[in-house]
Design a protein around this ligand. Structure first.
Ligand code: GLU
Length: 375
């Protein structure tokens, strides 16, 4: 869907690790230029701007004199705890220098904060209140010191997309040190071509992104594609662009064809469906056959046990799960009426058999249409 860039009001800018690190650890020179631009945009266009910033671990490494990124969770979390304070100090200093009254605000999120509808709504309220103050740019990062392996966003591309979806942003700008998505790795092939516009994320595109994975960033290009698809389904346009390029934010907002633009899908999601699709971490995966895939995508049906071929993960009734097709492509997200153990027992069966197999039947549908978002 096309949006009028002149009418954009809320913009999420993700600043990746690759822009914040030099050969000797944290390097804030690129960030300084980006903050100058953010301040200018805020003054000139009065946008709601939110930054998702990496760099906690990088700053912590510099502060602690570590020469390589910690691999084990406890040291990673300790390093992030040290670094997050330094990172925010750096932002606050830059805003004091260039912001003419603008301030930063720290918001740290764990995936579980978005799982629960109360905390999810609370976070949204906090962010909208910060926007209403008109003089604050929230700086969001994953709460690395508390996020465990199972309960984390894992990379800030996903975090940025889920936050953008949650606050109803118009635009998500993912800044890293590459110009965008290429049809093959530009460092290995001089003929590599930048893909400037993407209407739909296809398996071919995913293969290209896999090929151009950027080693220095946490997420690489594939996670940026996942982020773009989360954002797109929530009506948020995504642009992947090079944060080292001068005036990158201004040029992106002026529609000057920088980077790769992913257009958002046409379906407008209700707040509740946004929460189902993006507000909760999926607890498992239900794999379906082609018949069920068509019924969900083309006929808008609920998911029945008959079309289910596999279940992954352990989840309870009411949890959010991914629905994937036989080739493991995400097709929907929804809240389940049955636990993973129950679905394991009823998969492939007709709804009429559920009562006999489980001893009772509360629902015909494994995921009711009203509790599902097709992606
Ligand atoms: N949250 C991590 C940090 O601040 C970075 C994760 C990422 O860059 O994707 O160091």
């Amino acid at each position: 869907m096309n949006i009028d860039l002149n009418r954009v009001k809320t913009v999420v800018v993700k600043i990746g690790t690759s822009l914040l690190t030099g050969p000797t650890g944290f390097d804030g020179r690129v960030l300084e230029e980006i903050v100058k631009e953010l301040c200018r945009l805020k003054r000139e266009r009065n946008l709601n701007l939110l930054v998702v910033s990496s760099g906690a671990i990088g700053c912590g490494m510099t502060a602690l004199g570590l020469t390589e990124r910690p691999k084990r969770l406890p040291l990673k979390q300790a390093t992030a705890a040290v670094g997050q304070a330094n990172l925010m100090h750096y932002y606050e200093t830059l805003f004091r220098t260039y912001g003419e009254g603008l301030r930063s605000a720290q918001v740290l999120l764990s995936a579980s904060d978005l799982d629960n509808r109360d905390t999810y709504l609370n976070i949204r309220n906090t962010l909208h209140t910060l926007f209403a103050l008109n003089s604050v740019i929230p700086i969001v990062n994953e709460n690395d010191s508390v996020a465990t392996e199972e309960l984390k966003f894992g990379d800030n591309d996903t975090l940025a997309a889920r936050v953008a979806a949650k606050i109803g942003a118009d635009l998500l700008i993912i800044l890293s040190n590459v110009d965008g998505l290429y049809d093959c790795d530009p460092r290995r092939n001089s003929k590599a071509r930048l893909i400037t516009e993407v209407d739909a994320i296809t398996p071919e595109l995913e293969a290209m992104a896999g090929d151009t994975a950027e080693q220095t960033s946490v997420g690489g290009m594939l996670t940026k594609l996942v982020a773009a698809s989360i954002a797109s389904a929530a009506q948020v346009r995504t642009v992947i662009a090079n944060g080292r390029r001068p005036n990158i934010l201004h040029d992106t907002l002026a529609g000057q064809g920088v980077g790769t633009t992913f257009y958002s899908s046409c379906e407008s999601l209700s707040q509740r469906k946004r929460w189902i699709a993006f507000g909760r971490a999926a607890r498992g995966i239900i794999t379906v056959d082609d018949g069920a895939r068509n019924a969900l995508i083309k006929q808008g049906k609920s998911l029945l046990a008959a079309g289910i071929t596999g279940v992954d993960g352990r989840f309870r009734m009411g949890d959010a799960v991914r629905v994937a097709d036989a080739r493991n492509r995400d097709i929907a997200r929804g809240l389940v009426n049955y636990s993973s153990e129950e679905i394991e027992r009823i998969k492939g069966c007709k709804s009429a058999q559920i009562a006999t197999i489980l001893g009772q039947k509360d629902f015909d549908e494994v995921i009711h249409r009203n509790n599902m978002v097709v992606l």
